[in-house]
Write a protein that binds this ligand. Structure first.
Ligand code: HEC
Ligand code: HEC
Length: 290
């Protein structure tokens, strides 16, 4: 670096006198537009400090003269949304599910609310996509234990199944071996018959005629003579490939021998009527509603 006094050669711009490897630094003033913009931002920031919340203090902060608060804005937005929701919710509480699904706006609202309530209350047993698990029915298919109409679904949700509610749905299948209604051999024979019911190919080979007899005597009252189930009794269709407790012969044997009688809690009193209706609409929409 070579420090010398600024040179002012005619025609040459003024330099600061700094020079590096033969390159000298011009001493041009800052452009006016830039400088004024810079001053303007300083003035703006002072104005901003006065008007808006800005400087942190030991406890709290300077609030600014207009008292703007993002938190208050969010709280107001939430309150507005709640007010809008409560209009929908009170209409849903008044209407039957069949009427709710006729109104596109209410229907959309109920589906969203039902989906959220399902995630909170039902997913632990039925799965987050309502796909079910062994012993917990899949609610996406059109195979229903207790019926898939809006009314049937609402009744199931409100009162539960084998729950402690007075109006619960209930119908207990006997434990045929434990209760000594059938012998081991008979349970095996009727198991063969049930396996054959849902698998026509094996029907001729495996269905013991004694199994068919036992079925007609002991099972048809609930499951129907053809084994296709009776929804009023919550007795599942045994002639399809959908199984709640497993469809292999060992699982079917266990079901008949010891019975299952699964329990679903009642939601009346635990969820609001509007929430139960939203759940009804949601479950009905899942694909298998009747
Ligand atoms: C503690 C576990 C559990 C919870 C929580 C639960 N369920 Fe169930 N649910 C069951 C069981 C088990 C059954 C089958 C009962 C049976 O075997 O008859 C069932 C059956 C049903 C059925 C009848 C299906 C049919 O085929 O008829 C519907 C509808 C249903 N549940 C909806 C719901 C909704 C909606 C919720 C949330 C509000 C919910 N369940 C929460 C365990 C549960
Ligand atoms: C009093 C009515 C009743 C009688 C009688 C009855 N069942 Fe059931 N059965 C039911 C009900 C209700 C269920 C559903 C149980 C549950 O959801 O927990 C069921 C479930 C079953 C299942 C399980 C189906 C699945 O999807 O996993 C099989 C298998 C079955 N029954 C076979 C029989 C056979 C075989 C007999 C006769 C020996 C019989 N049941 C007699 C009511 C009955």
């Amino acid at each position: 670096m070579n420090k010398s006094t600024p040179e002012t050669n005619a025609g040459e711009p003024e330099t600061t006198g700094h020079e590096w490897d033969g390159i000298s630094e011009y001493n041009n003033p800052l452009p006016k537009w830039w400088l004024y913009t810079f001053y303007a931002t300083i003035i703006w920031s002072i104005g901003y400090w006065i008007v808006m919340p800005s400087w942190p203090l030991i406890s709290g902060y300077t609030k600014g003269v207009i008292g703007y608060s993002q938190r208050a804005t969010v709280e107001k937005n939430i309150a507005d949304a709640k007010a809008a929701q409560s209009v929908y919710l009170s209409r849903i509480a008044e209407l039957q599910p069949a009427a709710i699904i006729q109104d596109p706006e209410l229907f959309t609202f109920a589906l969203a609310g039902g989906k959220a309530a399902f995630g909170d209350n039902c997913a632990p047993c039925h799965g987050s996509g309502a796909q079910g698990f062994v012993g917990y029915p899949n609610l996406n298919d059109d195979d229903w234990l207790w019926g898939g109409s809006l009314e049937a679904i609402e009744t199931t949700i409100r009162y539960g199944i084998r729950s402690n509610h007075d109006e619960t749905r209930s119908n207990d299948m006997p434990a045929f071996l434990t209760d000594e209604i059938l012998s081991r051999a008979e349970v095996r024979q009727v198991t063969d018959y049930v396996v054959a019911l849902s698998d026509p190919d094996r029907a001729a080979a495996e269905a013991a005629p004694r199994g068919a007899e036992i079925f007609a005597e002991q099972c048809a009252a609930c499951h129907g003579e053809d084994g296709r189930g009776i929804a009023e009794l919550g007795a599942p269709n045994l002639a399809d490939p959908i199984w709640l407790f497993g469809g292999d012969p060992a699982a079917i044997y266990d079901t008949i021998a010891t019975s299952r009688n699964a329990m679903m809690p009642a939601w009346e009193g635990r969820l609001s009527p509007a929430t139960i209706k939203q759940l009804t609409v949601y479950v009905h929409s899942l694909g298998g509603g009747e």
